[in-house]
Design a protein around this ligand. Structure first.
Ligand SMILES: C[S@@+](CC[C@H](N)C(=O)[O-])C[C@H]1O[C@@H](n2cnc3c(N)ncnc32)[C@H](O)[C@@H]1O
Length: 205
C-alpha cells in the first residue's frame, strides 16, 4: 500500500463512507472523545479525519484541526467547518507521516481508524508525538488482529485485497506498541463484540 493507492481507495469510498462506516464505527468514535479530558481553549488535532463524522462530538470551547490525505474525504467533511454543529474546526489536506505543524502544537491528538491505513504507521506516530505537547494525550482507536477464529478468518480472506480495500487487515496491538514507544494509560475494547481497541497514551517526548 502506498499513498496513491490510499487516495484512490478513499476517492471510491468518499460518497458512501458515512453509510458504510458511519454507524459501525460510531461507538469507538464516541468512546474516544468521551475519554478526552478537554479544557476550554485547547487545540486538538484529529489525524485522518475523513468525512468528519466525529467533528460534531467535540465540545464547542475547543478548537479542532482535522487533517487527511484524501481530498475527496475532506470535501465531505467541509459541512462541519465554520461552526457546523460543533465548535471551531479547520481542515487541512496533509500527510500524517509528514506534517507541517510546529513541534508541541496540540494539547491532544485523536487517531480514529487510521493506524492500519497509513503505509508507515511508525512515521505517523513519530509525527504525532512531535506535534503533541509533552505530557499531552494521544488517543487511538483501531482494529488490531487477535486470536479469535472468526475475525482471523475474515482478515485472511481480506489480506490479498489490502490495496483495493485501503487498509491493512492484519496488524497486532503488540507489534504496534512495540514499534511505537507510547506511555499507555489505558486500553479498552470498543465497537461490535469489542474487536476494536481504544488506546489512551501520554506523550513522553
Ligand atoms: C478508515 S478512514 C477513517 C476516517 C475517520 N477517522 C473515521 O472515524 O471514520 C481512514 C482515513 O485516513 C486517511 N488517511 C490515510 N492515510 C493518511 C495519511 N498518510 N495522512 C492523513 N490521512 C490519511 C484516509 O484518507 C481516510 O480518510
Amino acid at each position: 500500500m502506498d499513498d496513491q493507492s490510499i487516495i484512490k481507495a478513499y476517492k471510491r469510498y468518499a460518497g458512501s463512507y458515512d453509510r458504510i462506516f458511519g454507524k459501525v464505527f460510531e461507538h469507538g468514535r464516541r468512546a474516544l472523545i468521551e475519554k478526552m479530558d478537554f479544557a476550554p481553549g485547547q487545540r486538538i488535532l484529529e489525524v485522518g479525519v475523513g468525512t468528519g463524522l466525529s467533528l460534531p462530538l467535540y465540545p464547542r470551547d475547543v478548537s479542532v484541526v482535522g487533517i487527511d490525505i484524501s481530498p475527496h474525504m475532506l470535501w465531505q467533511a467541509r459541512n462541519y467547518t465554520n461552526g457546523g454543529s460543533g465548535g471551531s474546526c479547520n481542515l487541512s489536506l496533509m500527510d500524517a507521516q509528514c506534517m507541517s505543524f510546529g513541534d508541541n502544537s496540540f494539547d491532544s491528538v485523536a487517531v480514529m481508524y487510521v493506524v492500519t491505513v497509513v503505509p508507515e504507521p511508525g512515521k505517523m506516530m513519530e509525527e504525532i508525538r512531535r506535534v503533541c505537547k509533552p505530557g499531552g494525550d494521544i488517543f487511538v482507536v483501531n482494529h488490531f488482529s487477535n486470536h479469535h477464529l472468526v475475525p482471523r478468518m475474515v482478515e485472511t480472506v481480506m489480506l490479498p485485497f489490502k490495496g483495493l480495500l485501503g487498509f491493512r487487515p492484519r496488524f497486532s496491538l503488540e507489534a504496534f506498541l512495540e514499534q511505537n514507544p507510547l506511555q499507555v494509560v489505558e486500553t479498552c475494547p470498543v465497537n461490535l463484540l469489542g474487536y476494536w481497541t481504544l488506546i489512551h497514551a501520554r506523550n513522553e517526548s
